[in-house]
Design a protein around this ligand. Sequence first.
Ligand code: TYM
Length: 339
Amino acid sequence: MTINTIDKQRVLSGIQPSGNLTIGNYLGALKQWVVQQYNYDSFFCVVDLHAITVQQDPELLRQKTREVAALYIASGIDPDISTIFVQSHIPAHSELAWLLTCMAPLGWLNRMTQFKDKSAKQSQESIGAGLLNYPSLMAADILLYQANAVPVGDDQRQHLEFTRDLAQRFNHLYGETFTIPDVMVPQAGARIMGLDEPTSKMSKSTDSEYHAIYLLDDGAILKKKIMRSVTDSFREIKFSGKPERAGVNNLLTIHRAITGESSESIEEYFSDKGYGDLKKTVLASVIGVLEPLQTEYQRLINESGYLDNILKQGSEKAADVANDTLRRVRENMGFLMQS
Ligand code: TYM
């Protein structure tokens, strides 16, 4: 069932301002948002309410929220085409999250691998309940906008399954209310791995210096990180699913996701080359995409008032859609409506 009344189908996605954005965020999420904004009615939010499921420094959270919004635009999200907004500016997200939290089975929440991974790193006494309820807030983000599709990296598949299941449960209990969203994962770059540890996903919240390629890293740092990235002793430049070949596979994957070339032509190109050449080629393709992005970012972040204006307009547009859904949810659930 599609509840949107406009012709185009809708997408919604978001990124947490919980650290420096990585090339994983770009290739898994942002790059496909840029393409899809021309095909879909698009809503992209900075999910600050999700970021606080682990403790954040208030001043840094404010700064990172603006930074992430500016990086959306610098990556190619056009604010005249897409709606860009900050999650906490729309109270409907928190409200629907509560309503969904009340009906989200604890068993489903306990099975979420991201919760298991994150909570394993902390003691039971210090984990906030928000970390467990994180998927209900994410479901609220998506369902408020009646999104048909959600462009994300591979690690969000389970959260999308949860959202679909919860929406179906709600529709069954209270009548058709929500559109059931599909997950949209890119063909290349859906799971970029850490440069220092290529069997773990590249993450923005890590202390390790050589783990992630950040979107705002300068050329010298990029060179150091990529030239030091972990490879192996096989001396063969081929895509591979074997864990012992994960480093080379990851570099090839980054190159493929950036250039859009086929795996065959990339393997062919490297057939007579060594790991040094591979790293130099990946470095050049990473710099090729990040340099113009960084120039645009600097222009935006220094232009007084520009970003705040975009976010204000975005939140007005988002609020209209979100409040409309929330009104219907309240009515269907049996809350006394105010006259
Ligand atoms: P977050 O901030 O962890 O990641 C943002 C997006 O980047 C993708 N991603 C990656 N893709 C490929 N390789 C990687 N190493 C990599 N790391 C991250 C993620 O899959 C994601 O698409 N729960 C979400 C935020 C969220 C959201 C939403 C997303 C909140 N509400 C509603 C979509 C719709 C998250 O953790 O994002």
